[in-house]
Design a binder for this molecule. Structure first.
Ligand code: BGC
Length: 744
């Protein structure tokens, strides 16, 4: 830290201590728990404001009433709808991550918020996890590289990024109670690095403690996670906020570095960090210093955000719904689309050759922004793929839309709010104010899960019956068109917070329809909007498959530009798309859907690390994504640099006819490791844009840490001397260049 910054930090710490000495116990306690569903208590007397928080990752969530999970119903909280983190990660572009962070931070500040409950960066252990759409990747390096610029982008707006959910929040089933047994090595190598990067390199001002337990301790009450690792090893001095309802025990939470308790209940005085804590302090069971420590962390964040002190006047005002934001969102959406297959180059379509276009599938016309759980938002607008296609083609082309398959309606009701329900033990009698009884919690949640599954079973018959007619209409229409685009996939009835998917198949019998359509149209363009991988049993038969994650308000425009070739797709998978769920390690071992205690037995072998080890070919591997042009790689040289760095040089050339971007991936494969290690791991990547025929020299430096593993006994990362194969490729399976680095 520079001397000036050190001096000013010292001064701030002094001011913080002064404020703490003036605060009464009641005032301090008000600051460390929710006073409304999304705000902490203020101390007006001393000019300490409430902290106003808001979800979430895809835009700033609509406002709720203070004590009810009922939207305030205003018409001023529509916002820009940002691409989900899974879409963002598919760009493999840290600059886009910075821009999306910037947009989210500016909009949060524009809406008067102090903390945005984003980004979500949990490692995708299992493709069925309901919240995977909110997360970035199965790979810690990729997630870490994107979270850092994202956090910086948010925080330059004087808004705190709240990086969540710390840590290993890998499933939604039993999410409040599940106890994950994870060994230290797996934790340090897989589940923690992105959080560490967010804190140390991104400078995150806040972190959200997860619901789940790790090795017997709730994350919000874990001395190991919060005191030893987060604060001790990583030096975090910001604010830890609990997930909503993640605090269970007053003493445990008070005596570890968890600073603010939030919950879904409106009995704010009964929060563990409220009256129960005060009582315990009065009785001398817990020291007041535990509260001071929390207040100190909160005030430090407030100073950083210019919420208090002399610099209040300089605080950024933020802005929301600007054309610039929409422009940035469009660019990210364009870069996020992944061309999974394109036999015979049937994409892009030439608009000049199309007089009649048939579009089939409910995701062509579906709005997704208002679903998914706490990631839901009230979007200013959302261009669906059908609108994008029509707006692109204009009125001289006939565009016929058919639903294709039946989706049971799920009307949004505020009689029950899922978020309150998710912690409800006795079922809501009074909206948003359930009584608590944690003993029954698991049982009640299990019951509601059973009800949910029974409902799905019931819907299957309805879907099957209605589909007969819809399928016949779609197949008929497909025969008579210049081009046919299927737009299917998932939606937030399936990709959602609070529960996991029960299988990886496409819902609503889409597989049957796609198969039938492919029988009549070999040139069917199969496209998807979804938040997590699906099985594609017909994939050999299809020529073109395009995947879009929930890509924000401009999804439809980006989609049309990719389909018609104005944009050359450059997205690549940030997660493995398995051929079938039974190929996944989690299908064999503690998959989502298990209750109580689960062992993450696979250790490091999640995602491509597992597919590699077992030599199982996925449908589409990690890092895969095609372009309308082609790239050649050549001339890899490796050079030892200062310390134990290794510098790679190679050339990438666009050998096709269109301008395009290539994401080049560098994997490190230890040749004779002393300990068990994955065959190869992503350690670096670069994205280059090249005009046709042009080439570029790419230089990438691998650091010592890129060769390291976590030694549990020494409790540190070790890079053993020896030979490492360096693999440079277009995906984790499409390795184009190889070299050997000898680490001294
Ligand atoms: C979610 C968090 C969210 C919080 C507040 C919880 O249910 O897990 O991600 O930020 O609610 O809405």
């Amino acid at each position: 830290m520079k001397t000036d910054a050190k001096k000013s930090q010292k001064k701030t710490e002094k001011e913080i201590e002064k404020l703490i000495s003036k605060l009464t116990l009641d005032e301090k306690i008000a600051m460390i728990h929710g006073a409304t569903l999304f705000k902490t208590g203020a101390v007006d007397r001393l000019g300490i404001p409430a902290i106003s928080t808001s979800d979430g990752p895809m835009g700033v969530r609509a406002d709720f009433m203070d004590d009810r999970w009922i939207p305030s119903g205003n018409n001023d909280d529509q916002v820009s709808y940002l691409p989900s983190n899974s879409a963002l990660a598919s760009t493999w572009n840290p600059y886009r991550a910075y821009e999306m962070g910037h947009v989210l931070g500016a909009e949060a500040r524009g809406r008067g918020k102090d903390m945005i409950l984003a980004p979500g960066i949990n490692i995708k252990r299992d493709p069925l996890c309901g919240r995977n759409f909110e997360y970035m990747s199965e790979d810690p390096k990729l997630a870490a590289s994107l979270v850092v610029p994202f956090v910086k982008g948010v925080q330059e707006n004087d808004v705190a990024a709240c990086v969540k959910h710390f840590a290993a929040n890998v499933q939604e089933t039993d999410r409040l109670m599940v106890d994950e047994e994870i060994d230290d090595r797996t934790l340090y190598e897989l589940y923690l690095p992105a959080f560490k990067a967010a804190v140390q390199d991104g400078g995150a001002y806040s972190i959200m403690g997860a619901y789940n337990k790790i090795n017997g301790y709730h994350c919000c009450e874990s001395k190991n996670l919060l005191d030893l690792i987060l604060r001790g090893e990583w030096g975090f001095d910001g604010t830890v906020i609990s997930d909503w309802g993640a605090v269970h025990n007053t003493k445990e939470a008070a005596e570890c570095s968890m600073d603010i308790e939030m919950s879904v209940f409106a009995d704010f005085d009964d929060y563990k960090m409220a009256d129960p804590l005060k009582e315990a302090i009065m009785k001398g069971e817990i020291s007041e210093e535990t509260v001071n420590a929390k207040v100190r962390n909160i005030l430090r964040m407030m100073y950083r955000l210019k919420m208090i002190g002399k610099q209040k006047e300089e605080r950024k005002a933020g802005v929301y719904n600007t054309p610039e934001h929409r422009e940035m969102i469009l660019r990210t959406a364009e870069e996020s689309m992944i061309l999974l297959k394109n036999d015979n180059q049937i994409l892009p379509l030439n608009p000049a050759g199309i007089k009649k276009l048939v579009v089939i599938g409910q995701n062509a016309a579906k709005i997704h922004s208002d679903g998914g759980g706490s990631a839901e938002i009230k979007a200013l607008y959302e261009v669906c793929p059908l609108m994008g296609l029509k707006a692109y083609l204009g009125g001289n082309v006939e565009v016929q839309y058919l639903k294709g398959y039946h989706v049971p309606e799920k009307p949004k009701t505020f009689d029950h709010n899922w978020q309150a329900d998710s912690l409800d033990d006795l079922k809501n009698t009074d909206i948003g104010m359930p009584t608590r009884d944690e003993v029954n919690e698991t049982e009640m949640r299990r019951k509601s899960e059973e009800e949910r599954l029974a409902q799905i079973e019931k819907e299957k018959t309805e879907i099957h019956e209605k589909n007969q007619k819809l399928f016949a209409q779609a197949v008929e229409a497909a025969k008579d068109a210049d081009a046919v685009i299927f737009v299917g996939g998932l939606n937030h009835d399936i990709d959602s917070e609070g529960f996991d998917r029960s299988n990886m198949t496409l819902p609503y019998e889409q597989d049957l329809l796609i198969d039938a359509l492919l029988d009549v149209r070999k040139d069917l363009i199969v496209t998807f909007v979804g938040g997590s991988p699906v099985e594609m049993p017909w994939r050999q038969k299809a020529s073109a498959i395009l995947w879009s994650y929930y890509a924000g308000m401009e999804t439809g425009n980006a989609f049309a530009k990719v389909i018609f070739g104005d944009v050359n797709p450059s997205g690549k998978l940030a997660e493995t798309f398995p051929g079938k769920y039974t190929d996944c390690v989690t299908a064999k071992n503690g998959q989502s859907g298990l209750w109580g205690k689960i062992r993450l037995e696979e250790g490091l072998y999640c995602g491509y690390r597992y597919f590699d080890k077992e030599h199982i070919a996925p449908a589409f591997c990690f890092g895969h994504g095609l372009s309308y042009t082609e790239f050649s790689y050549s001339g890899l040289t490796l050079k030892a640099e200062k310390g134990r760095d290794v510098k790679l040089n190679f050339t990438v050339k666009n050998t096709g006819k269109r301008i395009g971007s290539e994401i080049i991936q560098v994997y490190v494969a230890p040749i004779a490791p002393k300990v068990d290690r994955p065959n190869k791991e992503l350690k670096a990547y670069a994205k280059v844009e090249l005009a046709p025929g042009k080439s570029r020299k790419v230089s990438i430096t691998l650091k010592q840490e890129d060769f390291a593993y976590f030694d549990e006994h020494l409790h540190e990362f070790i890079a053993d001397a020896g030979d490492y194969e360096i693999l440079v490729g277009a995906s984790c399976q499409d390795i184009r260049l190889k070299g050997i680095a000898a680490l001294a």
